[in-house]
Write a protein of this length. Structure first.
Ligand SMILES: Nc1ncnc2c1ncn2[C@@H]1O[C@H](COP(=O)(O)OP(=O)(O)OP(=O)(O)O)[C@@H](O)[C@H]1O
Ligand SMILES: [Mg+2]
Lengths: 352, 304, 272
């Protein structure tokens, strides 16, 4: 099912949780709603499911306006952060619950519930109560239950945030597998950028209820639309060097360092700007324009994350482990072409 | 496009969302209005109707005659006095005993549930049935209480037939039946006392008695205050106990009226509804005053 | 030294416990004695010649079986009705949205302090008007709406996460279905407490029963017992047998469900 969201707005009293949001989700895709806590992700999900009404705007399912349909008429499956399993029912009863509501005969619905339990690989746990399951197992039950009524849209609200790091990685692959197997259009809410990137066909990045960018994980990382996006994605966080524009070039404050990047438009002299560079785009170069001093080195797998001091501003870079560097060394740095951006400091607008 | 009604917070308003709360509340509200709210309002009205005729609902005029009659009626004054005496004696005694019992029950002792069962049991039993047992215990010739008194070298007391001792008998029975509830509340109050206070006090070398009076009691004060008021309210409604003990009479010489007994008597035996209503209003005012005190205490002690 | 203190505690508690349950023991022991043995000084402790005569007498001469049945019936109906209205009202006050919900609820809480004794005059008139004197319904209907139980249950309902509700709604459950299929089963402990407290209250109700029942066929146990005392004279061995019939079910109930009853009572006392 294709989902279209048009100028969707939600206000709670004076706070605007979601502000004039428009985007589309292709049928059968898995998209991630990504953003920091409180940016309105759950609110969007709840509007998609019909739990809370929209203040303004429209939601279309396959072109049909469902904005004012109550939740039970939308045919969506919903998985909550805390799974919301019914504690007094067995796993099987939980999974079969949506069918029970539809008055599907017991035998049939139990059969279907068993199938789903197999799909999410908890076939041997169906007689247990939710309290007798681990977090990961509970989550599978919740997904199976959401899938039980063959929803046209599957909504997952931070389903992995209660799990430990290892399980989280396993489960997100599991979700991807289930989604591919069932081909259901899926919206996955998370505040973890790595999770979003690893699972989604498309990422929708939000900030304070406003959409920042919708793109594939690769593009949103390589081509951030603004400073917030560049800063939000990537670990370690992108390097930020603060300076000013001078005749089309970025200059560090009180420094001789200059850097030229192809600009998208004319930028007035003296505009405060941020040079943002991914750590993997920082390299040592004899002819590099930037003078820096090594502060510290950490090992991260085969590379060493090195922290440099550039005229009082900090910068991280991945430097191959075989390059001998020690704290206090003076070096020259340069940036690769990829992963380096220039932003207007005041507006966050991308300049390069 | 059809327009959709929305409430202030944007929820859809449909026939169903309007009807549902009403239907869910209906059984509850019907019962409440019929048997609580309407009678509550009505009792005030009746209390002002002079010479109210129950059968056809006519009355002479509205006025304060009922109140006048009630507050000048020696039986009512007797009832007010007895009720006050009863409450003022039973409640403090029961509270002190309950504090002792709950303090001991709160220690890490064995057989805790056995003791709890013993101390709480009277709470679930019928006042009438157990009142009858007390009547038997109070029996002048063969009662267990007089037997023990004589064993200790005293004389038997004619608890139930000598008006001088009627109130005492009622009080003994009252204390016994008030202990379970009070003990439960105070035990619950103990859960708000952080055991670390004790550990700290013991580490400082404080003795048991000192700990009790300087730490336990002050920390329990809000609970105790509350139980005092709750018990005062229930004690001011003392009534059912009179039936088994004195065969339905207010004491052996009609000298042990209580407020509620007076109400019952005016209403059911004498058929003076106006007077009964006036008495009911007085009872309500007493309860109201005590509830206000309770709310005040609760508010004041919230900060603990 | 610690030990000594505990020994003192045991002694005091044992004495106290003995005093508290002495009436119950004495009741049961006396009920098993003969008339001659009851009226002896000094009293015997254990019955010398235990007999069930008194129980047989109570069941034969006074319709205690009937009283018992009435009590069971009235209690069951009371509890069933009260639970029904309470569950629905608590759901409305915790889950449904309607204007003025919380204001109305606070107003109801204020009504909790109205003493029932104050309401008997009008309620009696109502029962007369409905022609329900000497009808068991008269013992049930006035007690079907309890603000206190609604308050307790509403608080319990509020502690059930919203996500369960939303999840069920998304799956298509109506409020009614959600209430009975999810909310009620989850709230079993709270409902048990409420049911037990209500059963105890109904079983022991006296004042109202005296007012609205006259005939033996509609008496419940406490009133039946009182009538038995007035009519068949003061024969303590028989009265104690009758009293035992009244009290024993509640004692058994209490011993089985002590925990629930005690938590219910303490929650009731320390509300707010
Ligand atoms: N019922 C409500 N009433 C008032 N404000 C609300 C309500 N629900 C959400 N908000 C506000 O709307 C904003 C977005 O909330 P939302 O729950 O959608 O955030 P989120 O992105 O899901 O955050 P998280 O990652 O912490 O779950 C927040 O500022 C929140 O305080
Ligand atoms: Mg959220």
């Amino acid at each position: 099912m294709k989902i279209s969201i048009e100028h969707l707005t939600k206000r709670f009293g004076s706070t605007t949780a979601v502000n004039d949001l428009s985007f589309e989700i292709e049928s059968g895709k898995l998209i991630a709603l990504l953003g920091p806590s409180g940016c309105g992700k759950s609110t969007i999900l709840n509007m998609l499911s019909g739990i809370i009404p929209a203040t303004e705007g429209k939601i279309l399912f396959d072109g049909k306006d469902v904005t004012d349909l109550p939740p039970e008429k939308r045919n969506v499956g919903l998985v909550f952060q805390n799974y919301a399993l019914y504690p007094h029912m067995s796993v099987l009863e939980n999974i079969a619950f949506p069918l029970e509501i539809k008055k599907v005969p017991r035998k049939q619905r139990n059969e279907r519930a068993r199938e789903l339990a197999e799909l999410v690989k908890i076939g041997d746990l169906v007689e247990r109560k939710p309290s007798e399951l681990s977090g990961g197992q509970q989550q599978r039950v919740a997904i199976a239950r959401a899938l039980a009524k063959d929803p046209a849209l599957l909504l997952l609200d931070e389903p992995l945030s209660n799990l430990d790091a290892k399980l989280r990685v396993e489960m997100r692959e599991e979700i991807l597998r289930i989604q591919r197997a069932s081909q259901v259009t899926t919206v996955f809410v998370t505040h973890d950028q790595e999770e979003a990137s690893s699972i989604a066909d498309q990422v929708v990045l939000l900030r304070l209820g406003v959409m920042q960018q919708q793109d594939s994980p690769r593009r949103i990382y390589d081509q951030p639309a603004n400073f917030f996006t560049a800063d939000f994605l990537g670990a370690p966080p992108i390097n930020k060097l603060y300076g000013k524009m001078k005749s089309g070039r970025f200059c560090l404050d009180n420094s001789l360092m200059e850097c030229q990047l192809p600009l998208r438009r004319q930028v007035a002299d003296g505009t405060a700007a941020i040079l943002a560079a991914r750590s993997e785009s920082v390299m040592l170069s004899e002819k590099g324009a930037i003078q820096a001093r090594v502060l510290e080195r950490y090992s991260i797998n085969k590379d060493e994350l090195t922290i440099f001091d550039i005229d009082g501003q900090r910068c991280r870079g991945f430097i191959p482990g075989d390059v001998a560097l020690s704290a206090g060394d003076a070096v020259r740095l340069a940036f690769k072409n990829r992963g380096v951006f220039l932003f207007d400091e005041a507006t966050g607008e991308r300049l390069s | 496009m059809k327009s959709i009604q929305r409430s202030r917070d944007g929820e859809r308003v449909t026939a169903r969302t309007i009807a549902e709360p009403i239907l869910f509340l209906l059984p509850f509200i019907v019962g409440l209005v019929t048997f609580t709210i309407y009678p509550f309002v009505n009792v005030f009205l009746i209390s002002f109707k002079e010479n109210y005729n129950v059968l056809n609902g006519t009355f002479a005029k509205l006025g304060l005659k009922n109140y006048q009659e009630v507050i000048t009626d020696p039986n009512f004054l007797n009832g007010l006095g007895n009720t006050a005496k009863y409450a003022l004696i039973v409640v403090p005694i029961a509270t002190v005993l309950s504090i002792i019992i709950s303090t001991l029950l709160n220690k890490s002792i064995k057989l805790k549930s056995f003791f709890q069962t013993c101390f709480f049991l009277p709470m679930v039993t019928s006042i009438t049935a157990i009142g009858l047992v007390w009547k038997w215990l109070f029996n002048f010739d063969y009662g267990l209480i007089n037997y023990f008194l004589k064993l200790l070298g005293g004389n038997g007391i004619n608890w139930l037939n000598d008006p001088r001792y009627n109130l005492a008998a009622l009080i003994i029975y009252g204390v016994w039946s008030m202990i379970p509830f009070t003990t439960i509340l105070i035990l619950a109050g103990f859960q708000n006392v952080n055991p670390q206070y004790y550990t700290a006090a013991r580490a400082d070398g404080a003795r048991e008695g000192k700990i009790f009076f300087r730490i336990t009691l002050p920390l329990l004060a809000p609970t105790i205050g509350l139980t005092l008021i709750i018990n005062m309210i229930s004690a001011s409604k003392v009534f059912s106990e009179l039936f088994p003990l004195f065969n339905g009479k207010p004491g052996s010489a009609y000298s042990l009226y209580t407020v509620v007994y007076y109400l019952y008597d005016a209403f059911y035996s004498k058929w003076k509804l106006g007077r009964a209503a006036a008495c009911a209003v007085v009872l309500f005012l007493i309860v109201l005053a005590m509830t206000m005190i309770q709310l005040f205490i609760q508010r004041k002690w919230k900060n603990y | 030294m610690k030990k000594d203190r505990h020994i003192a505690a045991y002694i005091i508690l044992s004495l106290g416990a003995l005093l508290m349950i002495l009436p119950f023991f004495w009741m049961i022991l006396s009920s098993l004695k003969t008339a001659a043995e009851v009226n002896t000084t000094p009293p015997t402790f254990l019955p010398e010649d235990p007999t069930l005569e008194n129980y047989i007498y109570a069941f034969q001469k006074a319709p205690f079986a009937r009283y018992f049945l009435n009590s069971v019936l009235v209690t069951a109906l009371c509890v069933a009705f009260t639970m029904f209205t309470t569950i629905l009202a608590a759901f409305a006050f915790s889950r449904l949205k309607f204007p003025g919900r919380d204001v109305i609820f606070s107003a109801l809480l204020a009504l909790m302090m109205i003493p029932f004794e104050m309401l008997i005059i009008t309620n009696y008139q109502t029962i007369v008007k409905w022609d329900l004197i000497d009808n068991l319904w008269a013992l049930v209907l006035p007690f079907t709406s309890s603000i206190f139980y609604t308050y307790v249950l509403r608080n319990f309902f509020l502690s059930i996460p919203d996500s369960l509700y939303h999840s069920a709604r998304v799956d298509g459950a109506s409020n009614w279905f959600y209430l009975w299929r999810i909310m009620v089963p989850i709230s079993k402990p709270a409902l048990a407490t409420i049911g037990l407290l209500d059963a105890i209250t109904c079983w022991n109700a006296f004042l109202w029963t005296v007012l609205v029942t006259n005939k033996a066929e509609t008496r419940t146990l406490p009133f039946g017992l009182y009538a038995f005392m007035s009519s068949s004279g003061i024969r303590y061995e028989r009265l104690m047998a009758a009293a035992t019939i009244v009290v024993l079910p509640m004692i058994i109930l209490f011993i089985c469900f002590r925990k629930q009853i005690v938590t219910g009572v303490s929650r009731g006392g320390l509300k707010g």
